[in-house]
Design a protein around this ligand. Structure first.
Ligand code: CMP
Length: 140
């Protein structure tokens, strides 16, 4: 089933020069990039994006981190895109991520874990709309 999902290359991934490595993996897996931009979130924007985590012990630190530098946000489309991209990323905690995944290969911190991806259809919908209007999403 064709789906869309949101990908973020987090500030640690951008700062460490990992944009190309991440994008290469997405392309090789057959995920089409239908929208892409570099952004710098404000603290308020980061808090809104991660509202589901409000109240959790890592919320303040996570939203500080996500607003600390530029991110690359992408709309990915493809067959089972949500699950496919989650498999490419690996577990949130890099220590539990499978060999060969982005987080296993590049992350060394549960918070600064290089990438974010939507975890379900409803979240993908919310997250894509958070950064992209339908006009920013290219059909090809
Ligand atoms: P992400 O997939 O962007 O979703 C929430 C983020 O919170 C997660 O990746 C991590 O960057 C961060 N985080 C920090 N600590 C934790 C934790 N204990 N459990 C889950 N996420 C955490």
């Amino acid at each position: 089933m064709q789906e869309r999902t949101l990908s973020i290359i987090k500030p640690d991934g951008v700062a460490r020069g990992l944009i190309g490595d991440v994008v290469k993996r997405l392309e090789q897996a057959g995920l089409r990039i239908k929208g892409m931009k570099m952004i710098r979130m404000s603290k308020e924007q980061a808090k809104g994006f991660y509202k589901v985590h409000e109240g959790k012990p890592f919320y303040e630190s996570l939203t500080d981190f996500m607003s600390s530098g530029p991110c690359v946000v992408m709309v990915l489309e493809g067959e089972n895109a949500i699950e496919k991209y989650r498999k490419l990323m690996g577990a949130t905690n890099y220590e539990e991520a499978e060999e060969g995944t982005i987080r296993k290969e590049f992350a060394s911190d549960i918070e600064k874990n290089v990438v974010h991806g939507s975890d379900a259809r409803e979240t993908a919908d919310f997250e894509i709309r958070y950064f992209f209007s339908e006009l920013d999403i290219v059909s090809y």
